[in-house]
Design a protein around this ligand. Structure first.
Ligand code: AMP
Length: 512
């Protein structure tokens, strides 16, 4: 039973329960205040644990008429009912069902109910552990288990294959159409020279577009588009789906690329504009007209029954060029000379792109891995992807809006988010309004003008320097932090860690 998390995309039941709903239910059932809940959260950095603590320390107000001990199937059935509640009274019904469930729960049960419902079983760690356990239990290599999981998503199926068919069975696992394959990701490099060193003297440089990564699956006339978070976003991009349907000359294919918003002259528009497409505040027909998109393809994972993930990149790209029709591929320059690479980087920046991605020509597509076969180079300022953990209402014109944000990085050792800075700079009025609404949904507690929230919203933050500072418990603070982008495509588990902030701090010390 896995709910509300991307771990098993096609066998998961979608609960559609927000943190705000769970919070209200927990507070009602336990009788605890928002402040109690937040204090417990601050101690453990874990929402489930915070709920356990308030259940432990607060007298429960509500008692069910008949006491039943909870069992997994019973709880599961209720959660299925929660998932099925639809229509105008859905929220009310969901709350009533959840209230019944929490009222019966022991503190420990309430902890795990919370984690399951809000999708916070800390999957990053758990996935790895389950893969390890399967590898050990059936004496198969762990990387084969992981590889199979990134192809078919469903860890339960992977376990079945490992137990019944062992290594041979796992080796036969292939990407499957209409199940998103784990995305290959890039590490950061400081310069083109460094990319060349890592890639053995020769590398393929491509424009790094400031858009949304898409993985597109096609069989005959059926097309589905998946986002980097493995969500099906086809309905936000009917124009792109149609383009692929018409242009891609393959019966079956999985291709990857980046979609950017463009102006009438075809120049890139900021990423924030593209987000309107995903938020769907207006009808999609209007958005298709207002925000035209451009797709650039750069990879091919599967073609007419043949998986290509293990083929070298230059071959995949060659095959992609053969089937892409009129869809452009990302501009590419294969270089062995760093000066030539630097010129290409300048060109990319002048055209309004973010930088370059250097790709190792003979590398396979390493699904779900952020490795060195792809390196991103951005010439501009340093940025960090940080998580908003709290916010304050502004002053004057902004007094109704949460416009000053606490930015945090995950301490990978303790699992807690540590504040490293605060900023009210960088967002437009429209974005601040959106952010206010979003953060209110994620609220854990409110103290005067300040609210603390479930760490979920990721933002890209530019800064001038990381200072040693007693202001925050981690001993560091960003100077002149400003938000450069709302990263809706990243989850808080993918944001930069405290360890990374420390590493940058140390590098900076060396530079001075
Ligand atoms: P980051 O999100 O900063 O880790 O950078 C990696 C992202 O850059 C990928 O997930 C893509 O969305 C994006 N990207 C833009 N252009 C390219 C390209 N030519 N090749 C690969 N990724 C690209």
């Amino acid at each position: 039973m896995l709910l509300g998390q991307p771990f098993l995309p096609h066998s998961a039941v979608k609960l559609n329960v927000s943190w705000a709903t769970v919070r209200d239910v927990v507070l009602r059932v336990s009788g605890a205040s928002e402040g109690d809940l937040f204090r417990a959260f601050r101690e453990s950095g874990d929402l489930g644990e915070a709920v356990r603590q308030v259940f432990e320390t607060h007298k429960r107000k509500q008692r069910p008429l008949v006491e039943h001990p909870m069992d997994i199937t019973g709880a599961f059935q209720i959660l299925v009912k929660v998932a099925e509640a639809k229509g105008p009274k859905a929220r009310e019904r969901k709350e009533r069902l959840l209230e019944g469930l929490f009222a019966r729960a022991t503190p420990l049960e309430a902890k795990y109910l919370t984690k399951v419902i809000v999708g916070e079983m800390r999957t990053g760690f758990r996935e790895g552990m389950v893969e390890q356990a399967i590898a050990r239990a059936f004496a198969v290599p762990e990387d084969l288990v992981r590889r199979a999981r990134t192809f078919i998503g469903d860890i339960a199926r992977v376990a079945l294959i490992a137990s019944q068919e062992g290594v041979q069975g796992l080796q036969k696992v292939r990407p499957e159409l209409f199940t998103p394959v784990g995305f290959m990701l890039a590490q950061t490099a400081r310069s083109i020279k460094e990319c060349l060193e890592i890639h053995g003297g020769r590398t393929a440089l491509e424009f790094k577009f400031d858009g949304a990564r898409v993985q597109i699956h096609k069989r005959d006339t059926a097309v589905r588009i998946f986002s980097r978070r493995m969500a099906d976003v086809t309905s936000s991009m009917p124009d792109i789906a149609q383009l692929v349907q018409q242009e891609l000359s393959a019966t079956e294919a999985i291709v990857e690329g980046e979609v950017i918003a463009v102006d009438s002259a075809g120049r890139p528009r900021p990423f924030q504009i593209l987000l309107h497409r995903f938020r769907r505040e207006r009808g999609i027909e209007a958005l298709v007209k207002e925000i035209p998109l451009q797709l650039y393809l750069f990879d091919l994972l599967y073609l007419n029954g043949e998986p290509l993930v293990d083929s070298p990149y230059h071959e995949r790209r060659q095959k992609l060029a053969e089937i892409a029709g009129s869809i452009p591929l990302s501009p590419q320059l294969v270089v062995s000379d760093s000066a030539e690479g630097e010129r290409f980087l300048n060109q990319a920046i002048q055209l309004g792109h973010e930088g370059l991605v250097a790709k190792k020509l003979d590398a396979p597509y390493t699904a779900g891995v952020r490795g060195k076969n792809w390196l991103k180079v951005k010439p501009t300022m340093e940025t960090l992807d940080l998580v908003i953990v709290g916010a304050e209402y502004g002053y004057g014109r902004r007094h109704r809006w949460l416009s000053d944000y606490y930015l945090a990085a995950l301490d990978a050792e303790t699992g807690k988010f540590e504040i490293v800075g605060k900023t009210f700079k960088g967002l437009t009025d429209e974005e601040i309004q959106w952010m206010t609404k979003r953060l209110q949904e994620l609220k854990i507690s409110e103290e005067g003008r300040r609210i603390w929230v479930k760490p979920e919203v990721v933002v890209e933050v530019a800064y001038n320097e990381i200072q040693r500072s007693p202001k925050y418990p981690c001993g560091m603070a960003l100077r002149f932090a400003r938000i450069t982008k709302i990263r809706e495509d990243k989850s808080s588990a993918e944001a930069d860690t405290l360890q990374r902030v420390r590493e940058l701090f140390n590098l900076q010390v060396k530079k001075f």
